[in-house]
Design a binder for this molecule. Sequence first.
Ligand code: AHR
Length: 507
Amino acid sequence: MPDRASVVLDPRFTVAPVDRRVFGSFVEHMGRSVYTGIYEPDHATADEAGFRGDVKELVRELGPTVLRYPGGNFVSSYRWEDGVGPVDERPVRLDLAWRSLESNAVGINEFCAWARELEVEPMMAVNLGTRGVQEAVDLLEYSNHPGGTALSDLRVSHGVKDPHGIRLWCLGNEQDGPWQIGQKTAEEYGRLAAETGKAMRLVDPEIELVAVGSSNSQMPTFASWEATVLEHTYAQVDYISLHAYYEQVEDDLGTFLATAVDMDRFIDAVVATADHVGAKLRDRKKLKLSFDEWNVWYQKRFVGQANLDWQENRHLIEDSYDVADAVVVGSYLISLLNHADRVTVACQAQLVNVIAPILTEPGGRAWRQTIFHPFAQAARSARGTVLRTTTTSPTYPTESYGQVPLLHATATHDEETGEVVVLAVNRGQEDVLELEVDVRAFGGTAGMVVVEHSVLADDDIRARNTADDPDRVTPRRGSGARVEDGRARLALPPVSWNVLRLRPAPA
Ligand code: AHR
């Protein structure tokens, strides 16, 4: 007997509009993310600026809306001035975060031009590890001020006449982490972030600022870090950041498939903490959340920074992802969308080569990892408003989270086209999950019809894509999805990611 689950949808019951910024990604100067990743002047497909054309095409297809840059841990000892001006005069520096040699061939101007060409919004991080208010303000003036000042004219002299107009700014990165260059206590960081934010807003009042939250929810100072930082910064910032990476531990696939439960709890805890501070400060503003690093990352396989020797463009945490990883990534996207009322920026970490949906060979091929597909499909199809999904589902026992529903789902409604999209994961490992989606409240008298049911699943959940077999794992068309009496019925294979698109039937 197949398991059965159901979802009831109604356009009157909503979470919030889909903020397209939740489909962000991340480019850090780390490993081969930039060099031989997005940028490789000698590559056969390189454009005049040295960026790989094959990678640009894949990024376009992936569809990120925001790109966080230049780190990550890298930013905490970065001097932005090293990356501007004539390339042959730029210094080679030791990157202390990843024990790499940084050529600075790519800097803010090259990155922003590349991102704008791809119609992606840059999200810039400032160094609050080894630097402070002045350097952040200088970078903002260089980037966003139109002209007529020393730093804006310097930009113009570097060939960039128009200001970059960068709206989103991260006030540092993971400043609570012992691994961070310039780690700080919550008090130290909170004061510095507040003063930096205040000064940056004087340069450009249009910017949006992200205060650094805990590096992850397992940090010993988690929640008290957020509370202290926000007591200092609440009036200055728009967002608090969250970072989370998950991996399968030993052979416990059931827990791994349920890790979005932890993501949900993490988001809820940060919302509660932010709202507590807001209440204490009598500030009625609702802080937003920027989940600006999330992904599957097999951290247990990483040797650690301390064990690396100084190198340029080394292969660093180039995790290869399988079908189960892709399903779990789909689940994280579902969690983010279900929190659309508070999480309005999110960045999968990272974009190319470093724990990334896109892999490249230096001088060679580029291809889509399994995790490319759920991101691309969600970014393409989830539009309009996130609906409140009322679900019923059988549960299964997990080691870490107790009983967890087999079904994990979200739904969006595009008021313009009338399209309803359901993104759904079956966490069950054995059986098909028969799903019924009640859409009687949509489509007028003619009701709804199925436009598409796409499935990512495989008999071998360890299957992955390689340079030689780049399409071993791709979404395929599901069979049998139909709408009857205002209810869509479809079958979700075990360990699967599914996209169901419904439209009003022609009258
Ligand atoms: O994304 C890789 C690293 O993970 C980032 O540099 C850092 O912010 C996080 O710890």
